[in-house]
Ligand binder design. Structure first.
Ligand code: ZN
Length: 510
């Protein structure tokens, strides 16, 4: 019962009400007691510590809100200053024996491939909820499941270098130790291969590197913005983490010591989900910019776009900023972006010839995205396809504008996003290096989903359940999340079932 409530995110009050209707259910008090017993047992094995985090609540105003619920936002803001921490070695000590038993890890080849990921959710416009988690790459079939990401660090505040280096110091120390000394579990010494993946911002921050908007934008090679359009140039992963350890500003654009200095740069892997999200965003904003430029972006066009979105089952709106008069539009979730990319009928808003041209570019990007995630894609083929796509993206105009025979091209090198450079020049390299896992194994959708769900549930729950005054509930949300994770480990370890074959057995005496 405790597990069912955990898995389904059912909090105390709704459960009490269920008990009032169904008298055979175990009483809420009894369930709470059992939950507490598991918490205490797990706290012995994987202690949860609270750390002071020197951080502010500040979010990049240009980013979209991930969680908008006002009440949750306020709870998260109130909780800034404290972080939660679980030791990676404790988690491994608990997990590894089970993974051996399941045949996922082999004690005769004692190497564990450990993936580290980070995610910062924008909670309202003022605060981020930052999570750093690990996953066992060897346990390949579970990498899309949020429950198989084990949180080591959790804090509300700011996703910047100073906050992260402050709160991650013990974690990074442990990672270095794992890499250099390994870890003995039940008399077997395990070695570690480490990997890091996250979205661009988190990755650049942890690398002590500048943002995606600056002149030197690539974490992996030394390309500068002005060289992006040169299709004859090859770019490969050429930076070396050791150079950055010796001298933090060895490469242009780098200024701080990389936080994961124990992970080689070709194990810092871009997230395929964000490659798709950000490039789709760019394709869409280029389309809107074109409509504006041509003077087509009026009420009629906006209505046509909204109707077309409705047709492909997407809820979409435009609104105008009161001050700047700039037009904003609904920011779409990943699945909706894929729908637009595949199905949005461009002939509704563009002349047929133009629509066909842009549709072709969108279709080919969608195909690339599917190939990028497919483990059987050959890296060499992908490289060619990606390069051809960029050539198409950069199709130049022919002839003289406003004269006969003029053929309007597509986009300029300035229109490229850093993700396009990565797609064209580095993804095929990562495919080759990490062929054993496939790029999909480094996707951040699992950890993003986890962070989102946990913030939405636990920061709402502390408000509803009260828990003895506001002050007390505030500091507890982070601990509750980590206790919840500890219990998940416990259920998996003990094979606690979620349902029983024979419904009669459900009658539990309380
Ligand atoms: Zn590069």
């Amino acid at each position: 019962m405790v597990r069912v409530l955990d898995e389904e995110n059912i909090s105390r009050n709704p459960y009490r009400r269920l008990c009032a209707i169904e008298s055979h259910l175990p009483r809420e008090g009894a369930v709470s007691k059992e939950r507490q017993r598991i918490n205490e047992k797990m706290a012995q094995l994987i202690p949860i510590s609270i750390v002071d985090v020197n951080t502010k609540n500040q979010v990049d105003q240009s980013e979209k809100e991930d969680i908008e619920d006002e009440a949750i936002v306020q709870e998260v803001i109130d909780a800034v200053g404290k972080g939660g921490y679980r030791n990676i070695k404790n988690i491994l000590q608990y997990l590894v024996p089970d993974l051996i038993q399941k045949g996922i890890l082999n004690p005769h080849q004692p190497t564990i491939n450990l993936r580290i990921s980070g995610d910062g959710r924008n909670v309202g416009r003022k605060v981020k909820h930052v999570m750093v988690a690990v996953a066992i790459l060897d346990d390949k079939s579970t990498l899309h499941k949020p429950n198989h990401y084990h949180t080591t660090i959790l804090y509300p505040g700011c996703e910047n270098y100073d906050s992260l280096s402050n709160v991650m110091a013990p974690f990074c120390h442990d990672l270095r130790n794992l890499k250099e000394q390994g870890l003995v579990i039940n008399n077997i010494k395990w070695n570690f291969q480490l990997y890091f993946s996250s979205d661009w911002k988190f990755l650049a921050t942890c690398l002590g590197f500048n943002g995606a908007h600056s002149k030197n934008f690539c974490p992996w090679c030394t390309i500068s913005k002005s060289q992006q359009g040169d299709l004859s140039k090859e770019w490969i992963i050429s930076k070396n983490i050791n150079k950055l350890i010796e001298k933090n500003n060895y490469y242009e654009g780098h200024s701080r010591k990389p936080l994961f200095d124990m992970i080689p740069l070709n194990h810092w892997i871009p997230d395929e989900l964000h490659v798709m999200l950000r490039i789709t965003d760019r394709l869409w904003s280029l389309l809107i910019a074109e409509l504006m430029e041509q003077g087509f972006f009026n009420d009629i066009a906006r209505k046509i776009i909204i109707d077309e979105m409705k047709k492909i089952k997407i809820n979409f709106q435009f609104w105008q900023d009161q001050g700047s008069k700039a037009w904003n539009y609904t920011s779409l979730m990943g699945d909706d972006k894929l729908k637009v990319l595949q199905f949005f009928n461009l002939t509704k808003i563009l002349p047929r010839r133009r629509a066909t041209m842009i549709r072709d570019l969108w279709n080919k990007f969608y195909e690339l995205y599917i190939k990028m995630k497919d483990p059987i894609t050959k890296a060499e083929d992908f490289k060619n396809d990606a390069k051809n796509w960029l050539t198409l993206f950069l199709t130049p105009s022919e002839g003289i504008p406003n004269t006969q025979g003029f053929k309007k091209g597509l986009y300029q090198p300035d229109n490229m996003t850093p993700y396009i450079h990565v797609l064209v020049h580095h993804i095929s390299e990562f495919m080759t290096i990490h062929q054993k896992w496939g790029l999909k194994a480094f996707s951040c959708s699992g950890i993003e989903k986890k962070n989102h769900e946990q913030v939405s549930y636990f920061f709402r729950k502390t408000m509803k359940d009260g828990g003895g005054g506001k002050k007390k509930s505030q500091s507890l949300a982070i601990v509750e999340i980590l206790q919840h994770e500890n219990r998940n480990l416990f259920y998996n370890h003990n094979n606690i079932p979620l349902s029983y074959q024979n419904p009669k057995k459900i009658h539990i005496k309380t």
